[in-house]
Design a protein around this ligand. Structure first.
Ligand code: PEP
Ligand code: MN
Length: 401
């Protein structure tokens, strides 16, 4: 527990102010006694797949909710989301590249926020929603209390989601058990809530060391990747594949330090750098990072998150994203990496199979005052099924070039 213990001693950003310490301690004790959600073997199976991605022989499709609700762990919801990931992978596979399927679900229940409070139209200030593992989306003071019991509910809902995923893999029409096993859907979420994540760390009985049993892969967000903070120490302590979000202000020396800390001496593909710089910054910023990394740039998996750097507001003040910006960011991502002899390793998208309209098609739509007319996301605007396909088809074409 060396590095893990070390992660306890340092500052952690974006942690909830839990309503009671006693209840938190009891919840953490309970989580420590629970069985692992995923086993070490399946985390290693993903690590092996990601090694192919680092070599340019396979492509990651990581897709799901910005903020998953507990209600999203129902069998129907999880299976619809897994089917969406599957369909997107088929688009890539049609151009001859195998894929790695990773859901951003069955555990995406914690959200970092840029402000601690939210002001309602009537002027009341409320604690902000931090994901279903922390508080409730309903805009009332009692719903927004950070209740540690929700961490137990997060475990239960992730377990239900995983079970639904497993059932789908067994029952896929036209798929024998064997071919379903050959194309598993892995699960991932942001490792934000350290009380939860640390309580689910388990020994790896085969390879030694420890792993996060909350998901096959976890990532550290843009707001919590400080070098001297607890989240990176946590990521360094576990054996799973891990990701780190890299935004437009990431300094080359910081990214070099992150790669040293999380990837040096490990198998290629252990670390995914999830680039989310925005269409206007990426062509300028990304080359400096790749150059600074030198040879180690070829041992990481480069994923494009073309959503989070492109969040804009409509005239009415609603958060949205413009699909044409998303397409341009992915293009620039691929172009920069290829120019530097690296492989574009995959996409990380916020999307839903539901026919929502949360993202606008073009900048002209935004300029003309268009408003998303069906916005259901609990947090950031997601691509709908058609938009997600449009993005992945574009990527698949780029991969053919
Ligand atoms: C997210 O993935 O929902 C998120 C908050 O992203 P980032 O850490 O890149 O801002
Ligand atoms: Mn988001």
């Amino acid at each position: 527990m060396g590095v893990l213990r070390e992660s306890l001693a340092v500052e952690a950003a974006q942690q909830p102010q839990w309503s009671t310490r006693e209840r938190l301690d009891a919840v953490v004790d309970e989580l420590r006694r629970r069985p692992p959600l995923v086993d070490a073997e399946s985390c290693h199976a993903l690590a092996a797949e990601l090694e192919f991605v680092a070599r340019g022989e396979s492509f990651v499709v990581q897709v799901g909710e910005c903020a998953e609700l507990f209600a999203d762990s129902s069998r129907a919801r999880i299976q619809a989301k897994a089917a969406q990931v599957h369909g997107l992978c088929e688009i890539v596979e049609a151009v001859g590249l195998p894929t790695v399927r990773i859901g951003r679900f069955a555990g995406q229940y914690g959200k970092p926020r840029s402000s601690d409070t939210e002001t309602l139209p009537d002027g009341t200030a409320l604690p902000v929603y931090r994901g279903d593992a922390v508080n409730d989306l309903a805009p009332t003071a009692s719903a927004r209390r950070a209740d540690p019991l929700r961490l137990l509910a997060a475990y239960d809902h992730a377990a239900s989601g995983l079970n639904a995923l497993f059932m789908r893999q067994l029952l896929l029409p036209g798929n024998s058990g064997l071919s379903a096993m050959l194309a598993p859907t892995y699960i991932s979420h942001e490792a934000l809530l350290l009380d939860f994540e640390r309580a689910l760390v388990r020994p790896d009985p085969v390879r030694g060391g420890e792993y996060a049993s909350s998901a096959h892969m976890v990532w550290i967000g843009e707001r919590t990747r400080q070098l001297d903070h607890a989240h990176l120490a946590f990521a360094a302590a576990i054996g799973n594949p891990v990701g780190v979000k890299i935004g437009p202000t990431a300094r080359p020396e910081d990214v070099v330090a992150i790669v040293d800390r999380l990837a040096a001496g490990r198998r290629p593909g252990r670390l995914c750098l999830i680039v989310r710089m925005g269409v206007d910054a990426i062509a300028d910023r990304l080359p400096h990072l790749v150059t600074a990394l030198g040879e180690s740039a070829r041992d990481v998996v480069w994923l494009s998150d073309p959503m989070h750097g492109n969040t804009v507001r409509t005239n009415a003040g609603r958060k949205t994203r413009v699909v044409s910006d998303v397409l341009r960011e992915v293009e620039r991502f691929c172009a920069v990496l290829r120019r530097h002899g690296c492989h574009p390793g995959g996409v990380h998208l916020e999307a839903t199979p539901d026919p929502v309209s949360e993202c606008l098609a073009t900048r002209a739509d935004l300029a003309s005052g268009a408003e998303p007319d069906r916005f259901e996301s609990a947090c950031d605007p997601r691509l709908n099924g058609e938009q997600a396909e449009q993005v992945v088809r574009h990527v698949a074409e780029l991969l053919c070039d």
